[in-house]
Design a protein around this ligand. Structure first.
Ligand code: IMP
Ligand code: MG
Length: 180
């Protein structure tokens, strides 16, 4: 398993410190509000679990699972909702938690889709972002790390469903295209 893994881009310690820092900001920003955390499955599960345990405010959880429509999504950014939210988010304070923003098309689509449901507020918290390949502008209020345009795995992120359980974020030796 290990020999497919390349260099470590973000260590376990760096992630832990950043998660605490982000959770502190979020706890302050939402201290008088009822926060609904929306995790994007599957990649965000680990970040969401750790982040939420550092929050000092009451929170509720929901999840959405999406998948790209193959080649069509490369140009249009249309994503297929595999599992929709259970909560009605109208009037709620929603914070979307995502593992990585690559082109940004997935989140761009979700933001538009969620806005139609009229949440009171809607913000993004992403562990990783690859600014070099981002194709749409997104207001990422809470960002962990900006990384180079490389395919990465670990801490929730997979390559063919593997490596999600690594404690750090690392590149893959196997070349995988990133940015669409
Ligand atoms: P975007 O729509 O191009 O921003 O892609 C976002 C989604 O693609 C993420 O939610 C991930 O599921 C996946 N993805 C993008 N880059 C990586 C990566 O480096 N490793 C693993 N998954 C990735
Ligand atoms: Mg994802």
């Amino acid at each position: 398993m290990e020999n497919e893994i390349g260099e470590v881009l973000v260590t376990e310690e760096e992630i832990r410190a950043k998660v605490k820092e982000l959770a502190k900001r979020i706890s302050e920003d939402y201290k008088d509000k009822e926060l609904l955390l929306v995790g994007i499955l599957k990649g965000a599960f680990m970040f969401l679990a750790d982040l939420s345990r550092e929050l000092t405010i009451p929170v509720q959880f929901d999840f959405i699972a999406v998948s790209s429509y193959g080649s069509i999504s490369k140009s249009s950014g249309v994503v297929r909702i595999l599992k929709d939210l259970e909560a009605d988010i109208e009037g709620r304070h929603v914070l979307i938690v995502e593992d990585v923003i690559d082109t940004g098309l997935t989140l761009n689509y979700l933001i538009r889709n969620f806005k139609v449901r009229r949440p009171a507020t809607l913000e993004i918290c992403a562990l990783l972002s690859k600014p070099e390949v981002q194709r749409v502008s997104l207001n990422i209020k809470y960002l962990g790390f900006s990384i180079p345009a490389k395919f990465v795995v670990g801490y929730g992120l997979d390559f063919a469903e593997k490596y999600r359980n690594l404690k750090h974020v690392a590149t893959l030796k196997t070349k995988v295209a990133t940015g669409r």
